[in-house]
Design a protein around this ligand. Structure first.
Ligand code: NIG
Ligand code: FE
Length: 405
């Protein structure tokens, strides 16, 4: 078995401890090793530490030079809509001219315009688009990503999306309740259809289910019906909640034992308190709110109250055309007032927790999957500090250096 030694790393940075999720002060608690090595074998991290403590290695060992670089855990994007066809550049221009996201959605644009493009794509075209988007994410240092369906809203396209996500190595989430497609008169008859016709096959491919609980999408009663059926089919639960208005997503997520409630731009002090006292992770998406001109989520208050907080991109063609977690970390530091250390913990350990993978993803530690990113920077905090710049020099996935597209 060939091993990989990443050697002479100027700075190795990973969240301290071994628990997940990280709450409160623990979110920003890092282990920093200067002049470090990481030894990978069989896809896992076999050992790590100071170069001076590295013993003699027998057998075949490939080497990667980390001189002058910082190593961080492979980034984990726990909320994307990366499997889509087409784009919404026209709508983007309209919004720049004053149209709102909600207006475009209500007039049959928005999500439904990507549904039209995604339905029109063949399964191969969809897989090619997913592959391309996966390359963008990898270039930005994302080694584990979740992606949702929700741009098919019919049997074949929803299943094709979930398959394309799996083929690209993503963690698939069935977002069967993203919008009501035009061939249905309302949310109830649409749910009748998807739960009977799509859920059984979707549950074989997806790991979780997600619903958009919002005015103009699905109400609390419909979200409960959808999520309960998905839970009964063995799926973990996620919610898009409190994005524009408070509609009961937080109490519903807590009641149903959901893994996460995501967005939270409209969440007030009651929601913050409730999340802090719960096991539901608050996933905040700071690329999404400014992209559509909305106020930011109360991430600082959530962390301070003791909630488990994760950061993700929300990468999609409409509300967040952004696959970069480093940019999300910059927005978290400058707009949400999370420290760079908290931001790193939120898009590694806590994001892995949302995906049910915190025992093997999100940390550089013995026994974990050997996923790490080398940044060509003198201080790892450039990850958040250098706004919009790509410092990714090398990405190791499963103990092998990956060619960046
Ligand atoms: O998370 N809010 C619902 N869904 C996505 C947007 C999808 C789209 O606009 O295509 C979101 O923001
Ligand atoms: Fe989303």
């Amino acid at each position: 078995m060939t091993r990989l030694l990443v050697r002479d790393i100027a700075q190795l940075v990973t969240s301290a401890g071994a628990t997940a999720p990280l709450r409160g002060l623990a979110l920003g608690d890092l282990e920093v090793i200067v002049d470090a090595y990481v030894l990978c074998a069989g896809g896992r991290i076999e050992a790590m530490g100071r170069m001076r403590d590295l013993g003699r290695l027998d057998g075949e060992v490939d080497e990667l030079d980390g001189r002058g670089q910082a190593a961080i855990p492979g980034l984990v994007d726990c909320h994307t809509h990366a499997c889509f066809a087409g784009d919404r550049a026209d709508e983007f221009a309209l919004r720049a001219g004053g149209a709102t996201y909600e207006e475009l959605h209500a007039s049959g644009g928005g999500i439904l315009s990507t549904v039209r493009a995604t339905r029109a794509a063949s399964e191969e075209e969809l897989a090619a688009a997913m592959h391309r988007h996966r390359g963008w994410m990898l270039n930005a240092g994302t080694t584990t990503f979740e992606a949702k369906s929700g741009y098919g809203l019919d049997h074949d396209t929803e299943i094709a999306q979930l398959r394309a996500i799996r083929r690209a190595g993503g963690v698939p989430t069935w977002l069967g309740a993203h919008a009501v497609p035009p061939e249905f008169a309302g949310g109830d008859p649409y749910l009748e259809f998807v739960l009977a016709e799509v859920l059984p096959e979707a549950a074989e491919i997806a790991e979780a289910a997600d619903v958009f609980l919002e005015d103009g999408a699905f109400d609390e009663h419909q979200a409960r019906r959808y999520l309960t059926a998905c839970r009964d089919a063995g799926l973990a639960l996620r919610l898009h909640g409190d994005q524009f208005t408070v509609q009961g997503a937080v109490p519903l997520a807590i009641e149903l034992g959901a893994r996460s409630v995501d967005h939270l731009e409209a969440t007030g002090p009651d929601g913050v308190r409730a999340l802090a006292a719960s096991d539901v992770t608050a996933v905040v998406l700071p690329a999404s709110a400014p992209f559509i001109g909305r106020a930011m989520p109360p991430a600082r208050a959530l962390v301070d109250a003791g909630a488990a907080v994760a950061l993700a991109t929300d990468f999609n063609p409409g509300s967040a055309f952004c696959e970069s977690l480093p940019l999300v970390c910059s927005l978290a530091a400058t707009q949400l007032k999370l420290s760079p250390a908290e931001a790193l913990g939120a898009c590694t350990v806590n994001a892995a927790h949302v995906l049910g993978r915190s025992d093997r993803k999100g940390r550089i530690a013995p026994g974990y999957d050997a996923d790490l990113v080398l940044l060509d920077v003198p201080d790892w905090r450039y990850l958040a500090y250098h706004l919009g710049h790509d410092h990714v020099a090398a990405v190791v996935v499963g103990g092998e250096q990956t060619e960046l597209p």
